[in-house]
Design a protein around this ligand. Structure first.
Ligand SMILES: [Zn+2]
Length: 210
């Protein structure tokens, strides 16, 4: 598997999940169980340098988090549904509760994903955010009308705001700000290529021995 080669781990050291657009957490330690038996989850955390945790995306935002003090890591899969459900803060909480992380020690990267330029959605998406308790100020920051007048969602800002609200320092949150659809020739975009779209891997591993 190309991802494994790139980050120099054995293929069975990659820990993947069956992503269901939620906020369920897998604590990954040790090699993956035999077979492709991936648990349902959209957040993975690990303190094990022998594994690399992976979220797969093609427009959804991959959020990777590292703890500068403890060295533990998290990955979250945050499309609009995951962002509604606060998947990125769920990753912060999982690090805090599982390993004793302090949010102030965390740094985060939000990888290439659908940008506000191309993030046209229906009103039902705005409603889903509202129904989940995101307030008017948040909605005003995360949605803006596009050329057609329909709302565009800004996953980058929403995930940044949610991470900040969870206590991750603003200057420790890095946003790639690369839109997958705009750059569909070099990135994978479901909106651009539908069923033919490939997937990109957001991968992070605890530093140390392999
Ligand atoms: Zn775009």
């Amino acid at each position: 598997m190309r991802v494994a080669r790139t980050i120099v781990v054995a293929p069975d050291a990659l820990r993947l999940v069956h992503q269901v657009h939620g906020r369920g957490v897998l604590v990954a330690r040790g090699a993956a169980p035999a077979g492709r038996h991936w648990p349902d989850a959209d957040v993975i955390v690990s303190d094990d340098p022998s594994v690399a945790i992976v979220v797969r995306v093609a427009d959804c935002a991959p959020v990777l988090i590292g703890d500068r003090r403890l060295g533990v890591v998290a990955a979250a899969h945050a499309g609009w549904r995951g962002t509604v459900q606060r998947a990125a803060p769920a990753a912060v909480t999982a690090l805090t509760e599982t390993f004793g992380s302090r949010p102030a020690d965390l740094m985060a990267a939000i990888g290439p994903s659908l940008g506000p330029c191309c993030g046209e959605v229906g009103d039902e998406v705005v409603e889903a955010f509202r129904d989940a308790g995101h307030d008017a100020a948040a909605l005003a920051r995360w949605f803006a009308p596009g050329a057609s007048g329909r709302p565009h969602v800004d996953l980058w800002r929403a995930n940044r705001d949610q991470l900040e609200a969870a206590g991750v320092p603003s200057d420790a949150i890095h946003v790639a700000a690369l839109c997958t659809k705009t750059h569909a020739r070099v990135l994978h975009s479901y909106r651009a290529d539908r069923e033919r779209a490939g997937r990109m891997a957001g991968v992070i591993r605890v530093k140390g021995r392999r």
